[in-house]
Design a protein around this ligand. Structure first.
Ligand SMILES: [Zn+2]
Length: 108
């Protein structure tokens, strides 16, 4: 014979299950945030290629990060456009276009 719960028991079981699910989701969010914080703390201002600490330098009036180990360059959002300036034929403009950051689109 099947053990059938009363409507009250089912109601409280559902409330309890929802509470457990909410708590699990909250713990997942906290864990994800902690992992993101730990990653940022470990990698902030470090080279993505060789892991050395990036050095800030000024290039053409823009503050950029350069790796003393391998020479990799890190640009913050908008810095590539700043370096590109108004020169539409420059390497920087082509790079900006490549990464989809260019405002204007050439006609096909
Ligand atoms: Zn490096």
């Amino acid at each position: 014979m099947a053990n059938k719960n009363s409507p009250e028991e089912e109601y409280f079981a559902r409330i309890e299950a929802e509470k457990r699910e909410r708590l699990a989701r909250q713990l997942d969010n906290e864990r994800a945030r902690e992992e993101a914080d730990a990653l940022k703390a470990a990698h902030y201002m470090h080279c993505g290629k060789c892991g050395q600490k990036m050095m800030t330098t000024v290039f053409k009036g823009v503050e950029i990060e350069v790796c003393p180990g391998c020479g990799a360059v890190l640009l913050d959002p908008g810095e590539l456009e700043q370096l590109a300036g108004d020169d539409q034929s420059s390497l920087f403009h082509n790079l900006a276009e490549l990464f989809g950051m260019s405002e204007d689109q050439e006609a096909p």
